[in-house]
Design a protein around this ligand. Sequence first.
Ligand code: EPZ
Length: 426
Amino acid sequence: MDKFVIRGGNPLVGEVSIGGAKNAAVAILPASILAGDTCVIENLPSISDVAASARILSDMGAAVKMLNRSTLEIDTAHLTDTSVSNDMSRQMRASYYFLGALLGRFGKASVAMPGGCDLGPRPIDQHLKAFAAMGAEIDVRSGMIHVAGKLTGAHIFFDTVSVGATINAMLAAVRAEGQTVLENVAKEPHIVDVANFLNTMGADIRGAGTDAIKIRGVKELHGCTYAIIPDQIEAGTYMVGAALTGGNVLIKNVIPKHLEPITAKLERAGAIIEEYDDSMRVYRTGDILPVNIKTMPHPGFPTDMQSLMGVLLSVAKGTSIITEGIWENRFRYVDELRRMGANIQVEGRTAVVEGVPELSAAPVRATDLRAGAAMVMAALYAHGESEIEDIGHIKRGYEDIVQKLRSLNADIRCVHVPETVMREAL
Ligand code: EPZ
């Protein structure tokens, strides 16, 4: 029941270091099951989705040891349980990766329907289609997904470009008999990262990051040490923060190439971005300018940055149009932003954003992970003191957000609201 209290108006100034990529970490942790051996995973972000993945592994019988704040040692040699309960699965969307990993190692898996952010319908038909093509029987009953069978390589053409289905199919295929070809796949940097992790464990995957991935099944994998790539969306969030508040931030531990779709739009919106080998400096001297955005699979503009750009453009000098190309329900932050004075009209998957000269503080909610981060950025810009509720969503994906922002001169604190106070208020 914690909330953030933010007094806006301070430009973000200083340096911030970006953690490991959430959406790679939540796939790589289950993927360690395929080794049946000890893996050391480095550069893990300190977020609740990673903690939940580690807890699922440990509940299933893996020996999970924390070597330091961002490194876990995971020994899955004695993991025998092939099911993930409803309680665990509902905590995060990415629990679906246990299906592919368990199926790939044991030839069976039972995982409760996953939870995660409410972004509209989130089908997993393409994941199941891939498992079925490789020979698995699928049974969805009483909220549980059961998959079982001896897997053989297959040629799979996905009907839609899906990050989750691409990764899940790779997980299932690495130990299948024969060759699997995946076409119309997702190309996000974390797809390549998961493939690199699997290859480091002895898998034979080629083409990750292109439209087609070829996987030659191998009999066994082995343990390894692997460092996860930096989180492009966490980096993008601080880039927006620097541009929005007119600050000047050196964002460290990034891969600038992964950030190109975000950099291109931010520059058109008036940000100045200097790229170095593994860091970038973001600042702004002129006005925030309107730009049109359509979210698309990588290398298009990422949907996970849409709400953050929405906040930036809400104070641009002119009108911008944002089209959401991935999720049906990703404009829920707009109602919250309007409470701060934004002028945004949403019609279906399109938002027309009329820039206003300023935002004013208001009590708002984090309606999902990225919407929550967007509210934090809006509050840093707005005049006065804002309160943000439901911040559990934000902690799922942003490590140390309060400390990182405070080190950038932001006036933000996390306030604990005891449950009794909450009950009396209701
Ligand atoms: C991943 O979700 C991310 N989550 C999401 O990030 C991100 O928004 C999304 O990819 C798109 O980039 C994780 O990696 C854990 P998809 P995922 O399968 O894999 C349709 C965040 O904020 N689809 O690529 O679940 C689907 O409805 C989160 O960090 C099917 O139709 O997304 C959507 O329209 C939120 N059938 C589109 O494809 C399927 O079987 C893309 O979904 C699968 C997906």
